[in-house]
Design a protein around this ligand. Structure first.
Ligand code: HXC
Length: 258
């Protein structure tokens, strides 16, 4: 499928999706978000794809929602069209692992988009922020909720209330990103992590994603029960038998996603 605001490459079981609005710092307009929803749906349905890497440019992962496009919207339009809501839901529906590879600005909706991925690998040039307050608004696709869970209330309030940017180093220290690497090595690192995940059972990876995400959405007691039952259920899979047999026979596992 051809996209105008994305570049999608599929190779070796990895779908690399690059946000591509260079003239606007990859600002998220309705076209880009619509295409991203479609692309994620397509890679989700593509059996060859086992993992997704979402990235932007050297300058910007994404500098937020497109301010030009949304500046004159009325409440009625935003509410009736469920502005950004359907696209956000579509991203969250994706059951395959998504790694965000972030260089440069990840601001507002860009920071929120990165946080909707399963983990973030950042270049040392990355800058994260929720500067919506400067525009007289607030985050709209999860910033106040997810950033708070990642970095705690104090730092989240600081980011949302002052609109300041966080460096990659601070983001790693606070638990927002999993790794920071020199900018030149960002894509190697992200593709390397994706290749590692692609070696695993896609079925088990899906279960991991579901269980970890559950920890954000339920009580500890319910989350633990969910995890325990999932652990029990995976004994019904061929991949569990293969994984444990391979360990005992001191060989590489050959997973078949069954
Ligand atoms: C539309 C944007 C944009 C945005 C940058 N551009 N961010 N256009 N929406 N969010 C455009 C600029 O207008 C400019 O276009 C070009 O990209 C380059 O940007 P500059 O500002 O000239 O570059 P620079 O001086 O390097 O500053 C980079 C920047 C700054 C720090 C990222 O652009 C900036 O502060 N952008 C806005 C960040 C922001 O407030 N994000 C939150 C948006 S609200 P021209 O045509 O002039 O060259 C939001 C709500 C989320 O995200 C709701 C749910 C999705």
């Amino acid at each position: 499928m051809a996209y105008e605001t994305l570049i999608v490459d599929i190779e070796d079981h990895i779908a690399l999706i690059k946000l591509n609005r260079p003239d606007a710092m990859n600002a998220l307009n309705s076209q880009l978000l619509g295409e991203l929803s479609k692309a994620l749906k397509a890679v989700e349905q593509n059996d060859k794809v086992r993992v997704i890497v979402l990235t932007g440019s050297d300058k910007a992962f994404a500098a937020g929602a497109d301010i030009k496009e949304m500046s004159t919207k009325t409440f009625v339009e935003a509410f009736t069209d469920n502005l950004f809501g359907d696209e956000a839901d579509q991203i969250l529906k994706c059951r395959k692992p998504i790694i965000a590879a972030v260089a440069g600005y990840a601001l507002g909706g860009g920071c929120e988009l990165a946080m909707m991925c399963d983990f973030i690998i950042a270049a040392d040039t990355a800058k994260f922020g929720q500067p919506e307050i400067n525009l007289g608004t607030v985050a709209g696709i999860g910033g106040t909720q997810r950033l708070t869970r990642f970095v705690g209330k104090s730092k989240s309030m600081d980011m949302h209330l002052t609109g300041r940017f966080m460096t990659a180093e601070e983001a790693e220290r606070s638990g927002l990103v999993s790794r920071v690497v020199p900018a030149k090595k960002l894509m190697d690192e992200a593709m390397g992590a994706a290749a590692k995940i692609a070696e695993k059972s896609a079925l088990t990876a899906m279960a991991v994603k579901e269980a970890v995400n559950r920890s954000y959405e339920t009580t500890l007691r319910e989350g633990l029960l969910f995890e325990r039952r999932l652990f029990h259920a995976l004994f019904a899979t061929e991949d569990q038998k293969e994984g444990m047999a391979a360990f005992l026979e001191k060989r590489e596992a050959q997973f078949r996603d069954k």
